[in-house]
Design a protein around this ligand. Structure first.
Ligand code: SF4
Length: 278
């Protein structure tokens, strides 16, 4: 288990989320950013430990203590719309994912969700644990192996067919609210858009969320980057060019018409910065 400093807290926020409202964050990963992806737009910066190996990062008792401290002092559960497992990497890598979900529901009595990159959905244990979540948002940023490699830069063992198969298996078993989150770094070709639309037709998620990077990306991992965006962060960042809001809106409207599935996208202005890390 990685070393946890006394100052580290596994609970942060509430974060203002364009999709989920006031969201209290639980970080099951901890001080060292760990993910099976290393997305070019990640708000954690370059991932420090890239892995698809499940392990115990933060003991459940530490998360329980942090939640109880927060409820005893700084925050009222009524101020929270939802609880999100995300934080410093891919939450399904945490072996205690199921325990954390059960704990959060028991203590906070709020809908609890997970932002995941979907790379472990082929694992039946992960799917069974995720079934405890009220909502799950799965990242799907590419319809080609080349797109996956360029945008998400996954570990070598992760492939698009495996991601897609895991996602379909999860869809069949999961009775909660499933969202697909797609980050657009450029205008997709007509054939990529058609492929994506066909995949969504097969999958039938409860909603699709289209997004584009608007927040500055830290160059290296910053714990503060888990929470609300600071307009002028004190650490080095770089910016990616978002796509035009009209393109986002047009494709969202087109998909919604074609599929009959709600398609959401953020209003792109400085006060509604989306939170897009898993
Ligand atoms: S955006 Fe999410 S999936 Fe991508 S590297 Fe960051 S934590 Fe991992």
């Amino acid at each position: 288990m990685p070393t946890i400093t006394p100052s580290f807290t596994s609970v942060y926020g509430p974060v203002r989320s364009w999709r989920w409202g006031q969201s209290l964050g639980i970080d099951p990963i901890g001080p060292l950013s760990t993910c099976s992806f290393n997305c070019v737009y990640c708000q954690l910066g370059e991932i420090e430990h890239q892995s698809d190996h499940r392990q115990l990062f933060i003991p459940t008792c530490k998360i329980q203590q942090d939640l109880q401290d927060l409820l005893a002092g700084q925050i009222d559960a009524d101020q929270i719309d939802t609880v999100t497992l995300s934080g410093s990497g891919e939450p399904t890598l945490a072996q205690n994912l199921g325990e954390i979900l059960a704990l959060a529901k028991q203590l906070l009595h709020r809908p609890v969700g997970v932002l995941t990159n979907g790379s472990l959905l082929h694992n039946p244990t992960v799917c069974a644990e995720l079934a405890l979540a009220d909502w799950v948002a799965v990242k799907l940023d590419a319809v080609s192996a080349d797109g996956l490699r360029r945008v998400n830069r996954p570990v070598a063992s992760c492939s698009l067919p495996q991601l897609w198969e895991g996602l379909q298996q999860f869809r069949q078993r999961y009775s909660g609210h499933l969202a697909i989150q797609t980050m657009l770094l450029s205008d997709w070709s007509a054939s990529d858009q058609a492929e994506y639309s066909q995949q969504m037709q097969v999958l039938r998620p409860d909603e699709i969320q289209l997004n584009t990077p608007t927040r500055p990306c830290p160059l290296v991992h910053q714990l503060e980057a888990r929470g609300n965006h600071l307009p002028d962060p004190a650490y080095p960042t770089r910016r990616l060019k978002p796509i035009q809001p009209e393109l986002l809106q047009n494709w969202a409207n087109q998909l919604e018409r074609q599929l009959g599935i709600p398609v959401r996208y953020p209003l792109l202005n400085p006060t509604t910065q989306p939170n897009y890390s898993t």
